[in-house]
Design a protein around this ligand. Structure first.
Ligand SMILES: Cc1cc2nc3c(=O)[nH]c(=O)nc-3n(C[C@H](O)[C@H](O)[C@H](O)COP(=O)(O)O)c2cc1C
Length: 212
């Protein structure tokens, strides 16, 4: 495994975010890169059929978790291939869905991973806790198209179990954890905290230093 990026002139951040957590990380990643003088472009993966967060249903949440466990693809709109071919380095960011990359990222990899040939690809993962098999899948796919998969940047939710699982499930299903006494007490927030976002920015500056 490569341990980090070397020289690059421009970075393309390809991302999908369902509940805005990856989007927040990407915002701070871009900020860190830009402050360090790196040229950053973004490519947001947009599902053809809109996916709305939250799902407003326990049944729909369970169904989504099952379907994503079997790596169901979510078809995305066509992307600008030139943006990818022009980039020196690519960041591929998104959430973990049932131990896997999210459906839009899977569809992206199915259709466009050949464009990553010869490129350094930095996976950025937003998840509650379990990201390893997600990363293994990304690495396998990137290796198979002769891209260079870098050590991933991973951010988990900073809440203890079982509250993290319970609170995440409730939030996705559209049940506000703050409206229930136990989860109000033990589940302070869904997603990443301010310190993690600041850390993302700092790490981006570190990566940028190694690029320049
Ligand atoms: C369908 C679904 C399945 C998920 N499965 C996992 C999982 O297996 N492991 C994990 O750590 N987090 C899991 N999560 C939680 C998300 O990875 C986490 O909330 C992430 O921060 C969301 O990022 P996003 O807002 O960019 O979509 C799942 C979320 C959804 C919607």
């Amino acid at each position: 495994m490569d341990t980090g990026p070397e020289k690059a002139k421009s970075v393309l951040v390809i991302y999908y975010s369902f509940s805005n957590q990856t989007a927040k990380l990407v915002h701070h990643l871009r900020k860190g890169f830009k402050e360090a003088g790196i040229e950053v472009d973004t490519l947001k993966l947009i599902p053809k059929k809109k996916l709305s967060f939250p799902l407003h249903s326990v049944a729909r949440t369970i169904s989504m978790m099952l379907r994503t466990f079997f790596r169901q693809r979510v078809r995305i709109r066509s992307v600008d291939k030139e943006k990818i071919t022009k980039a020196d380095m690519v960041v591929l960011a998104g959430p973990t869905w049932s131990y896997n990359p999210s459906g839009p990222v899977l569809d992206f990899l199915d259709r466009y991973s050949d464009l990553l040939e010869g490129k350094k690809v930095l996976p950025v993962i937003s998840c509650r806790k379990y990201w390893r098999s997600h990363y293994r899948y990304l690495k396998k796919k990137i290796d198979s198209c002769r891209g260079k998969c870098l050590v991933p940047v991973v951010f988990t939710h900073k809440v203890k179990e079982p509250w993290s699982t319970i609170g995440t499930f409730m939030t996705i299903a559209g049940i506000n954890p703050r409206h229930h006494s136990l989860t109000r007490k033990y589940y302070p927030r869904y997603g990443h905290n301010q310190a993690q976002l600041a850390e993302m920015e700092e790490r981006a500056r570190g990566i940028a230093r190694s690029l320049t």
